[in-house]
Design a protein around this ligand. Structure first.
Ligand code: C2E
Ligand code: CA
Ligand code: CA
Length: 735
């Protein structure tokens, strides 16, 4: 009777539940299916299965595909009855395409008053889309969108609890060296791509641990159950992994990491992940201070150094307002004349408590914090002003070189700022030189544009610390720069170390070939001078001549500085001789280049034992005819022309050697040319014949075309004449 009642109720409900987008199933007290809805029939593919009166276990034998789902369901039913209350859980239902759907399933157990099981209502709602969206949101919240790596929140929230229990655990804090320059120079899009590649390499490069993206160019690797030796190995592996460049936008970008490591056993107990990260970060700064591309373990000493840096940063912020900066100047000497030809402005920080702070210490900090922009502006303004005052005193006019850091180079209003400073200080632009570093040459297009704009102001540009960076020589010739400064490290050891000597020599000759001036920095001893003079380095700068001094001090030292080259360098006469030879070499080179660049070609020959031997041959036309100076010079006609052609030319050569001016036309490898031979006569004798040739191919082709059309015309007229003899004769004067 009660069962019937239940069935009636179920029938009344069936119309309603068939419309529901959830699966609904009524079961009896034994777990047998009594009634279900259309959604459920379709979901479990029950159309052809007599499911009424079957338990889940029985249905599992009918339908192997849903077997696991049915068996799981049976277990959940059991638990629902046992608990005696409404229960809720998530269940996976497989799909034919191999995926599965997640259902939020509610079970309502029904009992007789005596406590026996009466039945069970199971209702399941498809929550797959919501689950996916939730997962996605969770993933986004815990992963970095750019690199796909788990993010800082993941690290802090999840691992803070778990990781520090498994001890000892290590945190490797990795920061990319010079990443800001890449970002500033190549743009954020490339910077982002680079970060993605860096992340990928990091994941592939660690044998153990999990990589996290911390922020910007900072990454963290967490290594569980580890020790100092293993951390060291992993850090080395990571550094090794970045030794090959990344290729992006056809630029080879070298990125090196600096790594700080903190191991939990080396710090006090019950320390949070955040604190460990802070310590690893401090150790990373230490790695950077010690030359980058390396790793350091955290120690207590590091904390005090970091505090000092922080303190210095605070002081640096106030230094400009408090007028604590001064400029010192170091003269640059012309190695031809021995005279001072320029000054380099070098900043000095005179702090009331810290005392004298070297630029090597605070410039990197200023670059990092961005303070270099206002400081750099102050340097530029002060240097221009002081040099203008120097000139106004009637002292020898000198050019001043101001250092420009990469950060300043890419500041958007650099050109306007320089222009404004020149205007305000009234220094002629020709007396200002900006020293840039090789690193800015990374973004070729952008830096060429900035350099061109700067050059347009009329100032000079030099590349500082040349040889230590990675500028490609192919690019170098495209950069509108005037001067290379050979890095002091090469100059210092050029007398002791043969590879440094070769580097110095090579930079000098390369600079000359590119028509650039070249200066050697860090010239400390008089032994350096003959080496640089022999290789005709244009300028030198270093303690040998003068340390950087204030402008007033320089005025007093000036005369003495200008005596150093004469005292310590090679004897005056030899120096002059060397430069004279160089001037001659340059003039020859210039002539050579002129001949090569001209549109036609020039050649010369002389008679030697009855043969005409070519002594010169160059010019663009020569190459177009399939020849080259090497094929022609030292050779006679028969060596490079077909015999018939050579024989013809020999006749002209003989006439010219006899003292006549000869002109002729020729053709070689499809190129028509006109040649004019002119004998050079000394003391009544022909000593040489010089010839110049021009390309007449175009004219010849036109002549040929004209000739051919004329021939065609004649033929037409001939045919016409045959057909209409009189009219044709009369009308055509050609016949
Ligand atoms: P730098 O541009 O390569 O400057 C040359 C450095 O070498 C100077 O160090 C100079 O005093 C030193 N020096 C000159 N002759 C000799 C020598 O014969 N032997 C040795 N051992 N050293 C010599 P300083 O003044 O300490 O400057 C260090 C660096 O700080 C500079 O290297 C430059 O990169 C940076 N810097 C200095 N002033 C400025 C500035 O106004 N702006 C920017 N952005 N950077 C600056
Ligand atoms: Ca410099
Ligand atoms: Ca330098």
């Amino acid at each position: 009777m009660e069962k019937q009642e239940l069935e009636e109720n179920i029938q009344q409900l069936s119309a309603l539940i068939n419309e529901m987008p959830d699966f609904v199933c009524f079961k009896d007290g034994e777990g047998r299916w009594l009634k279900t809805n259309q959604f459920s029939v379709e979901l479990f593919e029950l159309e052809h299965i007599p499911y009424v009166g079957k338990t889940d276990a029985e249905l599992a034998t009918y339908s192997p595909f849903f077997k696991d789902a049915f068996l799981y369901c049976e277990q959940s039913d059991k638990r629902a009855w046992e608990s005696g209350v409404v229960s809720r859980c998530e269940e996976q239902i497989p799909q034919v395409d191999g995926t599965s759907k997640t259902f939020d399933v509610i079970r309502v157990p029904l009992f007789y008053p005596d406590g026996h099981r009466k039945g069970l209502i199971v209702i399941g709602r498809d929550v797959t889309d919501r689950k996916i969206a939730e997962e996605h949101i969770k993933h986004l919240a815990y992963h970095d969108e750019l690199t796909g790596l788990p993010n800082r929140r993941y690290l802090y929230e999840v691992l803070d609890r778990e990781l520090l229990q498994s001890s000892p655990v290590a945190i490797l804090f990795m920061d990319l060296d010079r990443f800001k320059i890449v970002n500033d120079s190549l743009g954020h899009l490339i910077g982002d791509q680079l970060l993605q590649m860096v992340a990928e390499r990091l994941v592939n490069g660690i044998a153990k641990g999990t990589a996290f993206h911390h922020s910007g160019d900072e990454f963290i690797v967490v290594i569980p159950e580890t020790n100092r030796k293993e951390c060291e190995q992993i850090a080395r592996q990571i550094i090794d992994h970045y030794s090959t460049p990344f290729n992006l936008d056809s630029n080879d970008i070298f990125i090196s990491p600096s790594i700080g490591i903190c191991i939990s056993e080396n710090v006090e107990n019950r320390i949070s992940v955040q604190e460990m990260i802070k310590f690893a970060d401090l150790a990373m700064y230490e790695a950077k201070r010690e030359g980058k591309n390396t790793f350091r373990f955290y120690t207590k000493v590091i904390t005090s150094q970091a505090q000092a840096t922080l303190q210095m940063e605070t002081h640096l912020h106030r230094a400009l307002e408090r007028n604590e900066f001064v400029l010192h100047y170091q003269p640059q000497i012309d190695l031809h004349s021995g005279k001072v030809c320029g000054l380099e402005a070098l900043i000095r920080w005179n702090h009331p408590e810290l005392g004298f702070v070297s630029p090597g210490e605070f410039i990197p900090l200023a670059e990092e914090t961005g303070l270099i922009v206002p400081i750099g502006k102050w340097v530029l303004y002060t240097a221009c002003k002081q040099v203008k005052e120097w000139q106004d005193k009637g002292l020898p006019p000198l050019r001043v070189a101001v250092n420009l850091s990469a950060r300043q180079f890419y500041q958007t209003d650099l050109v306007e700022m320089v222009c404004k400073v020149l205007k305000e200080t009234k220094l002629a632009p020709g007396y200002l030189e900006l020293e840039i570093t090789e690193s800015i040459t990374m973004d070729v297009g952008r830096s060429i544009k900035i350099l061109t704009d700067l050059k347009r102001l009329g100032i000079e540009i030099s590349i500082d610390d040349f040889g230590t960076g990675y500028s490609s020589l192919a690019y170098l010739k495209k950069f509108p720069v005037d001067k290379l400064k050979i890095d002091q490290s090469f100059v210092r050891d050029c007398l002791k170390n043969s590879s440094d000597a070769t580097i110095v020599q090579t930079i000098i000759s390369m600079a000359k070939n590119l028509n650039l001036r070249v200066i050697a920095e860090g010239v400390e001893t008089k032994e350096h001078l003959p080496f640089l003079q022999q290789h005709l380095c244009h300028e030198a700068q270093g303690y040998l001549f003068c340390k950087p001094v204030s402008i007033d001090e320089l005025e007093h030292k000036f005369a003495k500085v200008e005596t150093i080259l004469a005292k310590c360098g090679v004897p005056e006469a030899i120096n002059q001789q060397l430069w004279l030879e160089e001037a001659l070499r340059m003039a020859r080179q210039d002539l050579h280049d002129t001949i090569r660049m001209q549109q036609g070609m020039t050649f010369k020959f002389k008679e030697n034992n009855g043969a005409f031997i070519h002594t010169l041959g160059d010019g663009e036309l020569l190459y177009r005819m399939g020849l080259s100076p090497g094929k022609m010079v030292g050779k006679e006609l028969f060596d490079f022309l077909p015999p018939e052609e050579a024989q013809k030319k020999l006749m002209y050569y003989k006439q010219a050697w006899a003292g006549h001016c000869v002109n002729y036309e020729g053709k070689l490898n499809g190129v028509y040319y006109f040649a004019a031979l002119r004998p050079i006569i000394r003391a009544g004798c022909v000593v040489e014949v010089i010839a110049s040739c021009v390309d007449i191919t175009e004219r010849k082709q036109m002549e040929e075309e004209l000739e051919q059309s004329e021939m065609r015309w004649r033929q037409i007229v001939k045919i016409a004449a045959r057909r209409y003899p009189r009219t044709a004769e009369r009308k055509n004067p050609l016949l």
